[in-house]
Write a protein that binds this ligand. Structure first.
Ligand SMILES: Nc1nc2c(c(=O)[nH]1)N[C@H]1C(S)=C(S)[C@@H](COP(=O)(O)OP(=O)(O)OC[C@H]3O[C@@H](n4cnc5c(=O)[nH]c(N)nc54)[C@H](O)[C@@H]3O)O[C@H]1N2
Ligand SMILES: Nc1nc2c(c(=O)[nH]1)N[C@H]1C(S)=C(S)[C@@H](COP(=O)(O)OP(=O)(O)OC[C@H]3O[C@@H](n4cnc5c(=O)[nH]c(N)nc54)[C@H](O)[C@@H]3O)O[C@H]1N2
Ligand code: SF4
Ligand SMILES: [Mo]
Length: 882
């Protein structure tokens, strides 16, 4: 395998989730790309999920930040970099190194991360560099370090192929790691792997589960303590290797009452039996565990069970914390967290600090851990941090208590933001904006969930004046007087330096040693094939801890006595426990996936999944709107009534921002409560209040030009050739025509249907006989075929448009389920019922749905089950895509 595949495609890696799929990107003559899965990449063997498959729709100039800006005005690079260097240097000189901070991201490449870390920890002399991984992986990092003495993920993806039982805890793998999910589904087909899903919600992942445990929010430590007690009772504790802390952990486990899990005794027993009876068991966990105010303890409760049984580091078994971002793992290796040093070295360890100081020839080495994300933004708010540089992350959306974080950033003396996009909730707060090259343009390495390092390679020229993140940071460092230490001219040189440092770390006992890459030249770097670390020694390319050797002081694995704690209590004022997370086709704050029409079809607006009982008690009807509030702020969301969530535990996605919705930013309603050990915020169970939003009108709009909503509720998304918006208001405008003209920035007169009595207006605008824009208003949530209406944009104006229904020859797809083949709910139901389809393969053959990337297979299989069983509720609610 080399960097170029036969057809001139560039071998690179997907910039989204931690699966780290290999991608073949082929530039088109028009300046775009075509994208395919790389059949030779060991993370995906050619597969891609919808997000990866739609990458081509997200490159190009749209929305990009093309030039540096100072105070909102375009500026040259020299002026911008001079200003950043001057302000940081001056702040450090006047107020000391801890008066400045970097807030970075698991979406930076390893080389970017290395440079940022070196500048802050070795040259500025503060450890005030933290990353969005604090919101993501910090509890796993802390749990690993307590148990193993190092932040080491022991297992490999192949373990999912070889396991007899896979337990997915707090992970919606089907939507968040879709290619890994497909791999697990294939293993299950082949060898009957038993699968358990532990999640308060019935997610798409449950489609392949033999057992779904709808655990009470936050009760996972109690469950795994219970399991540990049972492991002990059954005599399954492995005699060796000897472990530290075994007795105390067993004592704590024995004291735990499983009743708090809220699970049926029979389900609990089945889980315990499955786990205990399968030696080859993998427990895979993610944000349902990490994002908790006792997340580190939960991680250790899981690790305890694997340590105690010796089910770790051997084929088909082990605990498996999957990373979320493409380089979350690389960021941990490089030491991007405020309490770590590079190459898994420890900032509190004087020998480690000294080794790094000597290697870097660092003038001012940080001596103590820096501020973790939540504390960092508090310090910004209090004026203790006076210069802040945010890179590759959107904290005004993704941090808990988001409005307060946004206010803190706005109030900071000097804020720099490096991003690829011009307008985000965070870029709008910056004093200096720096345009970074994005995926497809930048070059470097990333590490995926199984410790596999792969190259991202450029296939497109940088847009505008965009520069690579590492270069921007190095340019500032040079201007601060450290040219010698930041003089690289290519990322391969940074990687080589990093690899050399890892050799020193290895000499100090670190697990992370890739020093055989220390001499890597540019050609070898460019030709690099994906590889697993460790590269050397007995563990070469394999698993950790099967040999019983750990990185703790004693060399033994360490069990932690866990006393389960309930999550923050709900109160009379905030009686609901708000859960948050991800949807299938969007990525975080949607700055990239929001550009893709196909990715916006699955779920196009911010929503609240709420149990029918709660909805009835609150007087919330399907597809109406609800205000969700916490003590610090609120969000306005579409109501999706479903028993997939438990009563009292509604769920909202994290993706919407002030760019895409009126108030869809769920973190405005979430308090910044953190885990005391890891500093990771609890984002999955916040006390919340919910009220109906008394909209008097609802609207749906399409437009070729950007939509400018002026009403209480709106959510805008991308369409092929334009935009669509959901709208609602508390007061009916006097004149719908004037409203629509403003909405669409049009001056021509619309074709209009008004029915004052029924509170209904429908208006369509045409230019040269083709549909430019249309608005549909109703006193109720607008019920019409959005797909059909959207398809009319740019087409000849036809009478059916204002009817809002497809003509006889255009069947209505309904909500799109399969984004690849554009197959909607209605077509699926029609085909399944009329053609008597019973298997996923039959649906694939008949409609093409589910046959490509497979991301929608769980939803189609759920539909097959529901349609095949007369007792199950049928799909109906148009907002219910599953
Ligand atoms: N489509 C898509 N994929 C992504 C991302 C994306 O934005 N979009 N982001 C990536 C990133 S950075 C990350 S970190 C990963 C996250 O991947 P996941 O962790 O799988 O995703 P989430 O939806 O955040 O949360 C997972 C589940 O935790 C459940 N949960 C909530 N509370 C509890 C609890 O108390 N106990 C248990 N057992 N479960 C609970 C939620 O109901 C939810 O279904 O996804 C990555 N992949
Ligand atoms: N309520 C709630 N909140 C959450 C979570 C949750 O489950 N619930 N999950 C948390 C987790 S796990 C995570 S990881 C975070 C993610 O949260 P964020 O990191 O804030 O989310 P993104 O939208 O991915 O932000 C990345 C930003 O970097 C920009 N960008 C993309 N590529 C590049 C590049 O190459 N260089 C530069 N300089 N910029 C680039 C993008 O345009 C975007 O503005 O959210 C956290 N917040
Ligand atoms: S599973 Fe999807 S999002 Fe994740 S790396 Fe692969 S293609 Fe990208
Ligand atoms: Mo994440």
């Amino acid at each position: 395998m080399n960097m170029h595949s036969p057809a001139g495609a560039v071998r690179t890696t997907c910039p989204y989730c931690g699966v780290g799929c290999g991608v073949l990107a082929t530039p088109t003559p028009e300046g775009g790309l075509t994208v395919a899965g790389d059949p030779d990449h060991p993370a995906n063997f050619g597969r891609l999920c919808v997000k990866g498959a739609a990458l081509a729709e997200t490159v190009g100039l749209r929305g990009r930040l093309l030039a540096p800006q100072i105070d909102g005005r375009p500026a040259g690079w020299d002026a911008a970099l001079d200003l950043v260097a001057r302000r940081f240097a001056r702040t450090v000189a006047r107020h000391g190194p801890d008066s400045v901070a970097f807030y970075v991201s698991g979406q930076l490449l390893t080389e970017d991360y290395y440079v940022a870390n070196k500048l802050m920890k070795g040259f500025i002399g503060s450890a005030n560099i933290d990353t969005n991984s604090r919101l993501c992986m910090a509890s796993s990092v802390a749990g690993h370090r307590r148990a193993f003495g190092s932040d080491t993920v022991p297992g490999l993806y192949a373990d999912l192929d070889q396991a007899d039982c896979v337990v997915l805890v707090g992970s919606n793998l089907a939507w968040c790691h879709p290619v890994l999910f497909q791999r697990l589904a294939a293993a299950r087909e082949k060898r009957g792997t038993r699968i358990v899903v532990i999640d308060p919600r019935r997610t798409a992942t449950c489609e392949i589960a033999d057992l779904h445990l709808p655990i009470a929010a936050g009760a996972d430590a109690a469950l795994f303590n219970r399991l540990l007690a049972e492991i002990d009772r059954r005599g399954l504790i492995a005699p060796d290797p000897a472990l530290d802390g075994l007795d105390q952990a067993l004592l704590a486990a024995d004291r735990t009452d499983a009743a708090v899990t809220g699970l049926a005794t029979a389900d609990l027993a089945r889980f315990v039996n499955l786990w205990c009876d399968s030696e080859k068991v993998v427990t895979l966990f993610s944000q349902g565990i990490n994002q908790s105010d006792s997340g580190t303890d939960k991680v250790n409760a899981i690790l305890n069970c694997h340590l105690a049984t010796g089910r770790i580091g051997r084929p088909g078994m082990g605990p498996f914390s999957v990373t979320g971002q493409p380089n979350a793992m690389g960021g941990r290796e490089v030491g991007g967290l405020a309490n770590m040093l590079t190459c898994h070295l420890e900032i509190e360890n004087a020998a480690h600090r000294d080794a790094v100081r000597r290697f870097w020839n660092a003038p001012r080495m940080a001596e103590k851990p820096g501020l973790k994300a939540v504390d960092m933004f508090r310090a910004v708010e209090e004026g203790r941090i006076k210069a802040l540089w945010i890179m590759c992350t959107n904290p005004a959306v993704s941090m808990p208590d988001a409005d307060r974080v946004a206010r803190a950033i706005a109030g900071c003396d000097f804020t720099v933001v490096s991003d690829i996009m011009a307008r985000t909730d965070t870029t709008r707060l910056a004093d200096v904006l720096l345009p970074a090259t994005g995926w497809g343009e930048k070059s470097g390495t990333v590490t995926n969930s199984e410790r596999r390092i792969s190259r991202q390679r450029p296939s497109l020229a940088p847009v505008g004046q965009a520069r690579d993140d590492w270069r921007i940071i190095a340019d500032v460092a040079r201007r601060m007087g450290w040219g010698d230490a930041f003089g690289w001219s290519h990322p391969s040189e940074i990687f080589a330096e990093y690899a050399a440092l890892s050799g020193i770390a290895g000499g100090l006992g670190s697990d992370f040693d890739i020093s055989d890459c220390a001499g890597i030249g540019r050609a070898a770097y460019d030709g690099m094939t994906p590889f697993l670390w460790p590269r050397a020694g007995a563990r070469q390319g394999g698993r950790f801890f099967g040999d019983g050797r750990y990185h703790t002081f004693s060399g033994r694995g360490c069990m932690v006595a866990v006393a389960p704690r309930p999550p923050q209590p709900v109160t009379g004022e905030f009686p609901f426990r708000l859960n948050t997370g991800r949807v299938r086709d969007h990525w975080h704050s949607m700055t990239r996936t929001g550009l893709s029409p196909s990715l916006s079809r699955h779920l196009a607006e911010p929503f609240l999944e709420i149990h029918p009982r709660d909805a009835a008690a609150l007087g919330l009807s399907p597809a109406s709107l609800a205000r969700v509030s916490g003590a610090q702020g609120d969000a306005l969301l579409r109501v999706l009534v479903t028993d997939r969530v438990a009563a009292g535990q509604p769920f909202a996605p994290m993706h919407w921002s002030a760019e895409t919705a009126a108030s869809g930013r769920i973190n405005s309603a979430i308090p910044a409560l953190v885990d005391a050990v890891s500093g990771q915020p609890a984002l999955k169970s916040s006390p919340a209040a919910i009220r109906p939003f008394g909209a008097v009108w609802y609207g749906f709009a399409i437009s070729q030009a950007p939509i400018r909503p002026d009403c209480e509720y709106w959510a805008v998304s991308a369409l092929a050739g334009g935009y669509q918006a959901e709208l609602a208001g508390l007061h009916e405008p006097d004149d719908w025509t004037a409203f629509a003209k403003h909405l669409f920035s049009l001056t021509s007169d619309p074709l209009a249907v008004h029915d004052r009595r029924r509170g209904l207006a429908r208006l369509a605008f045409a230019g040269n006989g083709r549909v430019q824009a249309a608005l549909f208003v109703s006193g109720e949530p607008v019920a019409l075929s959005r797909h059909h209406v959207a398809a009319a944009l740019g087409c000849d104006m036809d009478a059916n448009l204002l009817a809002g229904r497809p003509g006889v020859h255009q069947p209505d797809e309904g909500a799109i389920v399969c984004a690849c083949a554009t197959v909607g709910m209605n077509s699926l139901v029609r085909a399944i019922t009329t053609q008597g389809l019973v298997t996923l393969d039959a649906v694939g053959k008949a409609l093409g749905a589910g046959a490509n990337c497979g991301s929608c297979r769980p939803e189609i299989s759920n539909l097959l089950t529901r349609l095949g069983d007369p007792d199950l509720p049928k799909p109906g609610n148009g907002f219910d895509a599953d």
